[in-house]
Design a protein around this ligand. Structure first.
Ligand code: TYC
Length: 103
C-alpha cells in the first residue's frame, strides 16, 4: 500500500496539475520591411505590452535581430504566433515569429 501511495505521488508530479507545463518563448525576428509602428502595435495587441515595453522590444529586435515577446505553455505560444502571422499577412508584412523551448 505504501508503494501504491508513493507511485500515485510520482504520477501526480509527472502528469497532473501539480507539475508545471513545459514553457516556450515566443521570439520575434527582424526584417527590413515591416514598419516599426506595426510591430509595436502587434506587441501591444497580442502580447499585452505597454507602449514603452513594446517599443523597447521592437528596438531590441531591430538592432539585435531577435527578441523575446513572452514565455508561455506550448498551445498558448502557438496561438499567439498564429495571431501575429494573421495580422502581418493581412497587411502584407513579412514579420515572423518563432517559438523555442524556454532555456
Ligand atoms: N527593421 C524594421 C524597420 O526598419 C523594423 C522591425 C522591427 C521589423 C522588429 C521587424 O520584428 C521586427 N522598419
Amino acid at each position: 500500500i505504501d508503494t501504491d501511495i508513493h507511485q500515485d505521488t510520482v504520477l501526480d508530479r509527472q502528469q497532473s496539475k501539480l507539475a508545471p507545463p513545459p514553457m516556450y518563448q515566443v521570439v520575434m525576428l527582424n526584417d527590413d520591411y515591416t514598419p516599426m509602428e506595426f510591430v509595436v502595435n502587434v506587441l501591444r495587441r497580442v502580447f499585452g505590452k505597454s507602449e514603452e515595453e513594446a517599443a523597447h522590444i521592437m528596438l531590441k529586435v531591430h538592432h539585435e535581430g531577435r527578441g523575446v515577446c513572452g514565455v508561455y505553455p506550448r498551445d498558448i505560444a502557438a496561438t499567439r504566433i498564429e495571431m501575429v502571422m494573421q495580422l502581418a499577412q493581412a497587411r502584407q508584412h513579412p514579420l515572423q515569429c518563432i517559438m523555442e523551448p524556454a532555456p
